[in-house]
Design a protein around this ligand. Structure first.
Ligand code: GLC
Length: 556
C-alpha cells in the first residue's frame, strides 16, 4: 500500500530541545530562548526539520515547566513573548517547524485556577479539578486505590475543605477536570492561541490520563512493578485512570481544532499501553492524533537483540500500516541516554541511528544524542528532579537496574556540550555554575570537536540525515523485511520501496564480520556507518557483500 498523498509531518525528522539545558545566552547558567535562536543554524545544518520544545510556559519550575501556572505566557527564566515570536519567525525563515509541549492533563498548584479551586467548596473554579471526599468512615483515607506514576497514592488531602484532590504525576500537579465543559473550552482556546501565532503542532504530555473513571473504581492489582505493554505500574493495572474511551474521543476533538488551520498541524501523544491499545489514539479512521510515541520499541531496541527488534518492528508495521505513521524514539528528558545503555559503544549507537532514520515512520532525536552525550551520574540527594529526591533513600544503581525506568531524570538533562571550553560552551559566563553539572566527558564529546572528525557520531547523523533527505523512498516508501535466514539472529535487513525505487538497508548487530548475498548485481552504496567506506568493491557484488562488526549500510 502507498501513501496517496503524503503530508510534511509523515516524512519529517523531529529534534527535541530541553530549553533549560540547550544554550544559555544571559550567563545565569540556565538555557533560554535567545540561546536556542543562536543555535538554529547548527540545527539547520544538522539536517532536522521539526523542533519540539519541552515547555517554556510560565511555571514555578517544580517539575521544570511540566507544572504550568499560565499556559499563555513565557516563563521569565527562558525569555519573553517577544523572544518567542522571534524564535518562531527565525525558525520559519529557515523552513523549520515548531512543535510546543502542551500539558493539558494538569496545572501547577500555583496556577491561579487551582489556588481559587482549593480555597473553598463553593468557589466557581472548584469543579475545574477533581475533588472528592475520602473513604468512609472518617474520610481520612484517599477516595480509592489509584497510584500516581512515581508511586505514591494519587490523592492529596486538603484540610480546609476536608477533601482530596487527584493528581496523576506529582502532588504539585493536580489534574484538570475535563468533564467540566469550561475547562475544555479554556484549554481549546489556549490551543488556538498558539496556533494563531503560527506554531506547527503539539506534543501532548501524558495524554493517556486526560479522563479517569467517573465513579472512581479501584484499579485491579498485579505483581507487575512496571509493564509498558500492559499499562501496569506500581503493582496496578491502570484500567480506570488511563486510556479511557473518553480520552480516545478527545483526540478527535483535538484533530478538529487542528483542521481549522492550514497547512496541516502535527499532534503527537505521550501515552502508555500495548500497540493495539495505542492505535486507538490515531482515531477510528486515522482522524485522531497523527502519531504517538512507541516506547516499547525503545526498550527492545536498546537491548540490541536483532530477532526481538525485528519482531517488534513487524508488530508496529502490522498495527500501523500506511497511511498510519509510527514513531521511533531512543531517548527523551525522562529516560536514560541511549548510548549509556549501550555501554558507550559508539559503533552500536551509529548502527541504531541508521535503523532509526531508515525505518518507516518519524524519528525523534533528543538533544545531544547526535554527539553521543551520555548519562551523567549525580548525587540523588542533590537531585534537581523531584523524582530523584523521592528515591534518594534507596540504593540508586541497583534500583535503577531493577526497575529499568527512570529514578532521577537529571542524568539525561545536563547542558548541551557545544565545545571544549569551560562549561562546554553552554554559557557565556565562565564563572557560573550551570543549573545541572556539565558532563565530565565534555572535552571529548562536544559539537566543535566532532564537527572536525569525519568518524564522529555527529558526522554519522549528518550523513544519515542527508541520505534520508535526498531519498524520498526513505521518507515515505513502503517497508519490507529481507529474510537472511541463518543470519537473522545477527543482522536485520529490509528494503524501502517507492515508485519502483528500492533502497536497501543492512545492519550487522554482531561483533563479527559477515558475508552476505546482495539482492542487486551492482549495488550502489549511499551510506555506511564507516565514514571511509564510500563504495562497494566489485569483488563484493553477488555473494560477498562484507559487513564489518556493527556496520550498517544503505545501498540502491
Ligand atoms: C511527562 C513528561 C515528564 C513530566 C510529566 C508530568 O511524562 O515527559 O517530564 O514530568 O509528564 O507532566
Amino acid at each position: 500500500m502507498l501513501y496517496d498523498s503524503y503530508k510534511w509531518w509523515q516524512k519529517t525528522v523531529v529534534y527535541q530541545i530541553y530549553p533549560r539545558s540547550f544554550k544559555d545566552s544571559t550567563g545565569n547558567g540556565i538555557g533560554d530562548i535567545k540561546g536556542i535562536i543562536e543555535k538554529l543554524d547548527y540545527l539547520q545544518d544538522l539536517g532536522i526539520e521539526t523542533i519540539w520544545f519541552s515547555p517554556f510556559f510560565e511555571s514555578p519550575q517544580q517539575d521544570y515547566g511540566y507544572d504550568v501556572s499560565d499556559f499563555r505566557q513565557i516563563e521569565p527564566n527562558y525569555g519573553s513573548m517577544n523572544d518567542f515570536d522571534k524564535l518562531l519567525k527565525e525558525m520559519h525563515n529557515r523552513n523549520l517547524k515548531i512543535v510546543l509541549d502542551l500539558v493539558l492533563n494538569h496545572t501547577s498548584i500555583k496556577h491561579p485556577w487551582f489556588i481559587e479551586s482549593a480555597s473553598s467548596k463553593d468557589n466557581p473554579k472548584r469543579d475545574w479539578y477533581i475533588w472528592r471526599d475520602g473513604k468512609k468512615p472518617g474520610g481520612r483515607k484517599p477516595p480509592n486505590n489509584w497510584k500516581a506514576i512515581p508511586g505514591s497514592p494519587a490523592w492529596l488531602y486538603y484540610e480546609n475543605t476536608d477533601q482530596w484532590v487527584y493528581f496523576h504525576f506529582l502532588p504539585f500537579q493536580p489534574d484538570l477536570n475535563y468533564r467540566n465543559p469550561e475547562v475544555k473550552e479554556e484549554m481549546f482556546d489556549t490551543i488556538r492561541f498558539w496556533l494563531d501565532k503560527g506554531v506547527d503542532g503539539f506534543r501532548l504530555d501524558i495524554l493517556h490520563g486526560i479522563y479517569e473513571d467517573e465513579s472512581l473504581r479501584d484499579n485491579p492489582i498485579t505483581w507487575l512493578l512496571y509493564s509498558e505493554e500492559k499499562a501496569a505500574y506500581n503493582f496496578q493495572y491502570h484500567k480506570y485512570d488511563l486510556n479511557l474511551p473518553e480520552t480516545f474521543s478527545f483526540t478527535l476533538e483535538l484533530r478538529e481544532i487542528m483542521d481549522e488551520y492550514k497547512p496541516e498541524r502535527l499532534l503527537v501523544g505521550e501515552v502508555t499501553g500495548s500497540i493495539e491499545e495505542l492505535k486507538k489514539y490515531y482515531g477510528p479512521n486515522n482522524n485522531g492524533l497523527n502519531m504517538v510515541f512507541l516506547f516499547e520499541y525503545t526498550s527492545i531496541a536498546l537491548k540490541f537483540k536483532p530477532k526481538k527488534i525485528s519482531k517488534d518492528i513487524s508488530r508496529i508495521e502490522k498495527n500501523l500500516p500506511i497511511p498510519y505513521t509510527p514513531t521511533y524514539v531512543y531517548g527523551n528528558h525522562d529516560r536514560d541516554r541511549y548510548i549509556s545503555l549501550l555501554n558507550n559503544n559508539t559503533q552500536k549507537a551509529k548502527l541504531l541511528a541508521t535503523m532509526q532514520l531508515t525505518l518507516r515512520g518519524v524519528p525523534y532525536i533528543y538533544y545531544g544524542e547526535e554527539i553521543g552525550m551520555a548519562n551523567v551520574k549525580l548525587k540523588l540527594k542533590a537531585s534537581k528532579d523531584p523524582i530523584g529526591r523521592k528515591f534518594a533513600k534507596f540504593p540508586y544503581p541497583q534500583l535503577t537496574k531493577l526497575l529499568g525506568i527512570f529514578v532521577s531524570r537529571d542524568v539525561c538533562r545536563t547542558p548541551m556540550q557545544w565545545s571544549g571550553e569551560t562549561n562546554a560552551g553552554f554559557s557565556p559566563n565562565k564563572n557560573v555554575e550551570p543549573w545541572l553539572k556539565v558532563s565530565e566527558n565534555y572535552k571529548k564529546v562536544n559539537v566543535e570537536k566532532e564537527e572536525k572528525d569525519p568518524r564522529s557520531i555527529l558526522n554519522c547523523y549528518k550523513r544519515l540525515l542527508k541520505v534520508r533527505e535526498e531519498n524520498l523512498t526513505l521518507q515515505i516508501g513502503e517497508f519490507e523485511f529481507i529474510n537472511l535466514e541463518k543470519l537473522n539472529k545477527k543482522c536485520i535487513a529490509y528494503r524501502r520501496i517507492h515508485n519502483k525505487q528500492v533502497v536497501y538497508i543492512y545492519l550487522n548487530f554482531s561483533d563479527k564480520e559477515i558475508l552476505l548475498k546482495t539482492p542487486k548485481k551492482e549495488p550502489n552504496l549511499i551510506f555506511s556507518t564507516l565514514s571511509n567506506r564510500k563504495a562497494l568493491d566489485p569483488k563484493e557484488y553477488n555473494r560477498n557483500l562484507k559487513l564489518t562488526p556493527y556496520e550498517g549500510i544503505i545501498f540502491k
